[in-house]
Structure formats: C-alpha cells, structure tokens
Design a binder for this molecule. Structure first.
Ligand code: BES
Ligand code: MN
Ligand code: ZN
Length: 522
C-alpha cells in the first residue's frame, strides 16, 4: 500500500503542472458611503506633515480630532513619509482600527510617495488581522489616484508561498492573514466610469507583474527552458502565435550561441517567440528577454555566495512574457513580440569553454573569454533573429546582465543604454510615471575597443573590469544592425534581498510596468 502511494506520487511529480498566475486576487472596489457608516475592519487616512487639521478625521468626530492633535503635538505621529500609526476605535465608529499614514509635505507629494504609503498601510492593516479596509489614500491631489492606489495595493499584497507546506507570513513568521477587499472612497467622484476603468487596468498590470514575480521565484529545478516554453504556449490565442524552437531546430537555424551556452546542461535550450498581433496594429515592439533559468557560471563556475539566487537570471524572459500577457489583457493596439532565448548555464563534459569561438546566427563570430558572460552570448542570437525575421519597429532587450550595473545604480534603478534619443526619452518618462525607473548610461564609440578579439569578430569579455555594464551593451550592439534598440540591464532591480515598499524580497517584476506604460503612450 505504501509502495503504491509512492508510485502514485512519482507519476504525479512527473506530470506536475504549474500555475504561475495569481491565486484569486484581492478585491478592489469603490465604497460610495459616508466614512463613519462604512462597515469595514480598518480605515486608512492620508496625513501630511504640514497640515494643521485633517479633513477626514474631522468627519469622524471630536474624540478622533483630539487624539489626532495629541499625536501630532507629542510627535508620536509625525506624518513624515511612510510613518504609520494605529488607533483603536473602541466602538466609536464601525471600524476596529484607524491607520494614519504619513505622506510628508503637501507640496512634495509624488506618485511614488503615494505607492509607498499604500504599501506601508497595506502591510500594517494586514498585520492587524483585518480582512477588509477602506482607504482614503485615493483622495490625495494627484492624477489617476485610483489606478495608483489599486496597483500598489495589489503589488503589496503579493507573496510567494507555493512551496510552503504550512502557510506562514514570510516577514513576520506568523500564520497568514488575508485581505479580501480594499474599498476606495469615492465621494466627490467626478468621473466614475473612468475610475472603474482605472481599477481594471491596475488589476491587469499588477497581475502581470505578480505573474512575472512568480516565474522568477520558481526554483530552477522546476523551471527550465522547456517549462518556460510550455508556459509561453499558454498565451496562444487567435491573435497570439507562439513558436518554440527546440535544440534540433536551433541547430538547423544556426543559433549556435544559444546552443553553446545551453550545452553543459541536461535541460536543453529553447528559443521562444510569443507574437501578439492584434487586428489593425500599426507599430510593433519586440521585447527580448535573457532567459538563463540558472546561471552557475558554467566552466568559469561562480563561488557559492554568487551562485545563490541565480534562478533570477531569467528575469528578462519573465518580463518579456509578462508584458505580452499584459498587452493582450489590456487590448493594447500595437504588435508586441516576446523573444526569449532560454538556456541553463552549467558546467559539464559538453559545456562551452573559454577560448571557444562560436559562429552565431548573424554570421558574426564570438570568442569566449569567460563562460559566465553567457547572457550576452544567448542575446546575440536572439537579437539578430529578431531583427532579421520579425523586423519590428523597435527592440527593447532586458537582461540581468552585469554585476557592474548593481555597483553603478544599486537596487532601485534599471540601467538603460541606447543610441536612439526618442526611445531613451520615452522610456525615461515611462519610468517616472510607472515608478519602474531607468537611468541612462552612455553607449559611446569610446568603449568599442574594449570588446575586440584577436581571432574573432568580438569577444564576450572586455580587457579590464572597468565600465562592465557599458561594454556588455557594446557587445550586444554588434548584433543589432539598424532597428531602434534599447538595452535594459535589470541585474540590480529584478531580484531583491530586502523588500522595498511594494516590492517584495525575491522577484520584483522589474520592467513590466515600465514597458506597459511605454506601450500605452507609443
Ligand atoms: N547573471 C550574471 C549577472 C548577475 C549577477 C545578475 C548578480 C544579477 C545578480 C551574469 O551572467 C554574469 O555572470 N555576469 C558577469 C560577467 C563577467 C564575467 C564579464 C559579471 O557581471 O560579473
Ligand atoms: Mn553569468
Ligand atoms: Zn547570467
């Protein structure tokens, strides 16, 4: 009997199918009621450092007004950015708790301040075991607050616990509380249908970002090139074509760079194309994402401390796929194509080696100096393939490409390199609007010599350790002939060791909100 059960389990494991899409998401809706009539567990109130009285607290009666004055005077609550204070309502109103959340100075209010306040409040409300709450954060004086608040709340609500047998909160270690509904206050709402559309849009974009996080967080024994391909196939529909090239097809096509990187692994590489082409599309954007499902370094093997978390090396791929998912769900008018070179970089008898020379899809040859600079190698085939066969108007590639980018920009900012001024400006603006920010590094000719090879067209490492992020981009530039192209290095932003407000530890979904915003204004 025990044996039979074991047998059953084994077959189950083999056919295990993942669901990377979000579990049922929290509900977000408007509550058209007076604040003191709201029957909710908690209420969240926006507060400013420089306000003398708080208009919302005034609506709750003199007891609350007195308590607010006392808290401010005693400096127990300063209303500085991200400060939060919980008040027990003790039956004076329907809600159990009031959460005062600080937004800093009125004049300095910014979209990102609001997102972070939403995250601070959401986590505090969750800790209080409330199962629903009314937030007045959408009342602040900024454009599209319903969108911003809903999106930030969905992103803050994310947790990755598919592999926990007991469901506990990752941060507190306590058993998990769940928020079922977030109500946004909609008195004075001038344009309700516009606001309801904003909530739907926020839900789609957050769901795609959280889906991207799930793909990144899934361990590499469970997510390898074939699994990524299988996942991409789920996006197939009348307006979306999915093509997967396996190792045999790659060989036939001459994608020897992708094959070389994947050759040390038992999990064979794939080139995955998801082509969303809605009726009447006039413009097209290809999103090329580095899909190294695990980066051990290969023969130039990484030391243990650097190898840990290298499951995140397919974050660019996860982003590309998630952007197409969002574009489909939003019904974006442009053609959007995800191009994913997926491989596992492992040491083995068949691994590619330093000193190898590879003839790539483009015809250009690469001399390998270091097998740990594998991202640029797989991207060389993917970029050339994209330009030649898909012929998009624009290309954006995303890659967890260089440690140097983390050194230069840290964990808050994606590195952007391009010689297309219009794309640079538009992506910069999309970053400011979405909060998924980028900062440009130069891609000047001065750096070209760094990547010269004595025996091949280009080498995959530079002579020195200087300007590693830029020289990697210079390498990629060899494989894009004339299409307007932007390279985004997400090495610092895709995966976090410490959470940042609405971004959890682990996969962040970097690039998804950025590119969806970029597409929306294209
Ligand atoms: N995937 C890594 C870069 C990375 C490291 C991303 C840490 C995110 C966090 C990449 O393949 C790599 O190993 N880059 C090397 C290149 C070097 C050998 C030229 C690097 O940056 O050190
Ligand atoms: Mn590497
Ligand atoms: Zn890598």
């Amino acid at each position: 009997m025990i044996f039979l059960n074991l047998l059953k389990q084994q077959t189950l494991n083999k056919t295990q199918s993942h669901n990377f899409s979000m579990k049922t998401m929290m509900n977000v809706q408007f509550l058209p009621k007076n604040i003191h009539e709201a029957k909710v567990d908690s209420i969240v109130i926006p507060c400013f450092e420089d306000e003398k009285t708080n208009q919302y607290i005034s609506l709750l009666g003199s007891d609350f007004v007195d308590e607010y004055q006392r808290l401010r005077k005693s400096k127990e609550f300063s209303a500085k950015k991200n400060k939060i204070h919980k008040i027990s309502c003790m039956g004076k109103i329907n809600a159990n708790y009031l959460f005062l959340v600080g937004l800093g100075k009125t004049k300095e209010l910014h979209n990102e301040t609001l997102r972070r306040a939403v995250a601070t409040a959401h986590k505090a409300v969750k800790r209080s075991k409330s199962s629903d709450y009314l937030s007045l954060l959408n009342q602040v004086d900024l454009p599209d607050t319903a969108f911003t608040v809903a999106e930030a709340a969905y992103l803050s609500d994310y947790s990755f616990d598919s592999y926990k047998t007991k469901k506990k909160d990752a941060e507190t270690g306590k058993s998990k509380s769940e928020i079922k509904t977030l109500f946004l206050w909609n008195t004075d709402e001038k344009n309700p249908s516009k606001s309801i559309k904003q909530l739907a849009r926020a839900k789609i974009i957050a769901a795609s970002t959280n889906y991207c996080r799930n793909l990144v967080n899934t361990p590499p024994n469970e997510l390898y090139p074939e699994v990524l391909a299988k996942e991409a196939r789920k996006l197939k529909s009348p307006n979306t074509k999915v093509t997967v090239f396996d190792e045999k097809a790659l060989k036939r096509m001459g994608c020897n760079a992708i094959l070389a990187v994947g050759n040390g692994s038992a999990r064979k590489p794939r080139l995955i194309i998801v082509d969303y082409n809605p009726k009447g599309a006039k413009k097209s954007l290809a999103v090329v994402g580095k899909g190294i499902t695990f980066d051990s370094g290969g023969l130039n093997i990484k030391p243990g401390a650097y190898m840990e978390s290298m499951k995140c090396d397919m974050s660019g791929a996860a982003c590309a796929i998630s952007v197409v998912k969002a574009a489909k769900d939003l019904g974006i008018k442009h053609r959007v194509i995800a191009v994913v070179p997926a491989a596992e970089n492992m040491p083995g008898a068949l691994s590619y080696r330093p000193d190898d020379v590879i003839k790539t899809y483009s015809g250009k040859t690469i001399e390998i100096g270091n097998t740990d600079a594998e991202g640029r190698v797989v991207l060389s085939d993917a970029l050339a393939f994209t330009e030649k066969n898909i012929k998009p108007d624009q290309i954006i590639d995303l890659a967890t490409l260089t440690v140097a980018c983390v050194v230069a920009l840290g964990y808050f900012t994606t590195g952007m390199m391009t010689s297309d001024e219009t794309m640079a400006t538009n992506l910069h603006n999309a970053g400011e609007l979405s909060g998924d920010r980028v900062w440009r590094l130069p891609l000047w000719e001065d750096y070209k010599d760094h990547m010269k090879s004595d025996i091949a067209d280009v080498k995959n490492i530079s002579k020195g350790r200087d300007s590693g992020t830029i020289t990697a981009a210079i390498f990629l530039q060899h494989f894009v002939k004339s299409t307007p192209w932007v390279h985004l290095d997400i090495a610092g932003t895709a995966f976090l060791k410490e959470s940042q407000f609405y971004k959890p530890k682990g996969g962040t979904g970097a690039g998804v909100r950025l590119i969806v915003e970029y597409l929306s204004s294209m």
